[in-house]
Design a protein around this ligand. Structure first.
Ligand SMILES: [Zn+2]
Length: 236
């Protein structure tokens, strides 16, 4: 953390009633947001996941059969491990989310926000964490829908040094943030996240990048506001 930063930084996730994760693929909610979802759930927050694709275009698990069906089942099981109250799995084409209009993508988010009385939307950071264009588009849609409904948007992020290490080791395109751009440094317990990851058998097997990322992150997760709440709209 930078010294002398005027920014106030929090070590506990915001105190909310109902969180909606907006993501692109089955496994994003666990590989990326699993620790956050478990932490929210354990503090009494109701959690929901809206996932835009069945992840059928993955290069992993191609020998698992009908990958879209396999991954739908994996998502349901992983969500159960994380205590997620409600999952909505949509059927947009995996790998092509960026070509969908924002109007199209925001409609189901708005419906889910209103249905679950959501007071916080949680997304991947801008840049999509891994640079995946589907992740970036899901985040754009989450921001657009939440702004229309005046709901704050929090992004799960990676510290710059974690992203740089992964990029050096795997020639990957991870997008990290400087510590001064982060709003939350939260210590997390990853037991439930690991159980959820194990449910995504088709994607978690032969995935050294995932294991290494979690190792580099250690027992912390970092977050930044993309649309901050109005003053005192959320307890912190
Ligand atoms: Zn993904």
């Amino acid at each position: 953390m930078s010294e002398g930063s005027p920014k106030r930084r929090f070590d506990k996730l915001p105190d909310t009633r109902s969180v909606l994760v907006v993501c692109a693929h089955p496994d994003d909610e666990s590989f990326g947001l699993g620790a956050a979802l478990a932490t929210f759930g354990e503090s009494g927050t109701s959690t929901a996941v809206l996932c835009f694709t069945h992840g059928e275009a993955s290069t992993l698990g191609a020998d698992s059969g009908d990958l879209g069906r396999v991954r739908a089942r994996e998502l349901a099981e992983a969500a159960n491990e994380l205590g997620v109250a409600y999952v909505e799995l949509l059927d947009y084409r995996d790998g092509h989310l960026a070509q969908e209009s924002l109007d199209e993508l925001t409609a189901p988010i708005r419906r889910a926000v209103e249905k679950a009385k959501v007071d916080l939307v949680l997304v991947f950071d801008e840049g999509g964490i891994t640079g995946h264009l589907d992740h970036c588009r899901a985040t754009e849609a989450g921001i657009a829908a939440a702004r229309e409904l005046d709901v704050p948007v929090l992004a799960w992020a990676l510290r710059e040094r974690v992203a740089e290490a992964l990029n050096a080791e795997f020639s990957a395109g991870f997008v990290g943030r400087r510590d001064e751009d982060l709003d939350y440094f939260v210590s997390v317990e990853r037991t439930r996240q690991y159980r959820a990851i194990d449910r995504h058998c088709s994607q978690a097997t032969d995935n050294p990048v995932l294991g290494r990322r979690l190792e580099l992150q250690g027992d912390h997760e970092v977050f930044r506001w993309l649309s901050p709440p109005r003053e005192s709209a959320l307890g912190r």
